[in-house]
Design a protein around this ligand. Structure first.
Ligand code: NDP
Length: 252
C-alpha cells in the first residue's frame, strides 16, 4: 500500500530559497517543505525570523537550515549555494526570491541606489543561478521571482526596479537554453502586488495598485508560493524558459 507521505511531490528534494526569512520567500520555503522538500533559507537582517521559518519546516518533519548571505555581495551570493548544498546534502531546486524594491523618480536615484538594486536583483541572482547550474542534477529547477513590473511599469518611479526585473527575463531564457540539454528547467514568476513588508496592502499606493489588477485586490505570499511549488514539482517537467504570473490579472 502507498503511504501518504510518498505522495508528496517534492519528497526527498532539497531546495534553497533566497530571502526566505519573511514575505514571499518565507511562504515559498514553507510550501516547498509542506510538499516534502528539505529547505535552506537565506537572510540578512532577519536572523530570528529565519530561525522561526526553520522551526516550522522542522515541525513538518523536514530538514531546515538558515544561512546568512547578503546577495548584494558577490562572494556571499556564490557561496550561499554551496553552503546550502553542503548543509542539506545536495540541491535540486534554487528559488531566487531575495530582492529589494527601490521606487523613486529618476533624478533622485544616486549611483549607490542603482548599484544596490542591480547588485541584489540582478548580479546576485545571476551568481546564485550560475553556482546552482554547476550542482543541479537532471530534473533540477531554477525558479526566479521577477515582477509584474518587468513588462509593464504603470507610472513614474519604477524605472530602476523595472530595469532590474526585466533583466531576469533574459537570464531565465538564457539559462533554459544553456541548461536544457542537462534536463534542468529555468522559469520565472511575475507576481502582482503582494501583501508583504515591501509592499503592504495598507500602504499609501495600495488602492492604486489594487485598481491595476483585474481582481481588484492584492495577492498573498501563499498565492505566489503555490505557483512556485508547481514549477518545482513533477507536473512542470516540460515548462522552461518562460514565466507564470500570479498577478491578479495585472497584465491582462
Ligand atoms: P520583503 O521585503 O518582504 O522580503 C525580502 C526578503 O529578501 C527578506 O527575506 C530579506 O531578508 C531578503 N533580502 C533583502 N535584501 C537582501 C540581500 N541583499 N541579500 C539577501 N537577501 C535579501 O519582500 P517580498 O517578500 O515582498 O519580495 C520577495 C521578492 O518578490 C522580491 O524579489 C520582490 O522584488 C518580488 N516581488 C514582490 C512583490 C510585492 O508586491 N511584494 C511584487 C512582485 C515581485 P532579511 O529580512 O533577512 O534582511
Amino acid at each position: 500500500m502507498t503511504s501518504l507521505t510518498s505522495l508528496s511531490p517534492l519528497d526527498g528534494k532539497k531546495a534553497l530559497v533566497t530571502g526566505g526569512s519573511r514575505g514571499i520567500g518565507a511562504a515559498i520555503a514553507l510550501r516547498l517543505a509542506e510538499e516534502g522538500a528539505d529547505v535552506a533559507v537565506t537572510y540578512v537582517q532577519g536572523e530570528e525570523a529565519a530561525r522561526e521559518v526553520v522551526a516550522k519546516i522542522e515541525a513538518m518533519g523536514r530538514r531546515g537550515v538558515a544561512l546568512r548571505a547578503d546577495l548584494g555581495r558577490a562572494a556571499e551570493a556564490t557561496a550561499s549555494v554551496g553552503r546550502a548544498a553542503e548543509a542539506l546534502g545536495g540541491l535540486d531546486v534554487l528559488v531566487n526570491n531575495a530582492g529589494v524594491g527601490v521606487l523613486a523618480p529618476l533624478g533622485r536615484l544616486s549611483p549607490d541606489d542603482i548599484d544596490r538594486v542591480l547588485d541584489v536583483n540582478v548580479r546576485g541572482v545571476f551568481l546564485t543561478a550560475r553556482a546552482a547550474a554547476d550542482r543541479l542534477p537532471r530534473g533540477g529547477r531554477i525558479i526566479t521571482i521577477g515582477s509584474c513590473m518587468a513588462e509593464r511599469v504603470p507610472g513614474p518611479g519604477g524605472t530602476l526596479y523595472g530595469t532590474s526585473k526585466a533583466a531576469l527575463i533574459g537570464l531565465t531564457k538564457g539559462l533554459a537554453r544553456e541548461l536544457g540539454a542537462r534536463g534542468i528547467n529555468a522559469t520565472l514568476v511575475h507576481p502582482g502586488p503582494i501583501d508583504t513588508d515591501m509592499n503592504p496592502s495598507d500602504g499609501p499606493t495600495a488602492p492604486a495598485q489594487s485598481a491595476l489588477t483585474s481582481l481588484g485586490r492584492y495577492g498573498t505570499p501563499a498565492e505566489v508560493a503555490s505557483v512556485v511549488a508547481f514549477l518545482a514539482g513533477p507536473d512542470a517537467s516540460y515548462v522552461t524558459g518562460t514565466a507564470l504570473s500570479p498577478d491578479g490579472g495585472y497584465a491582462a
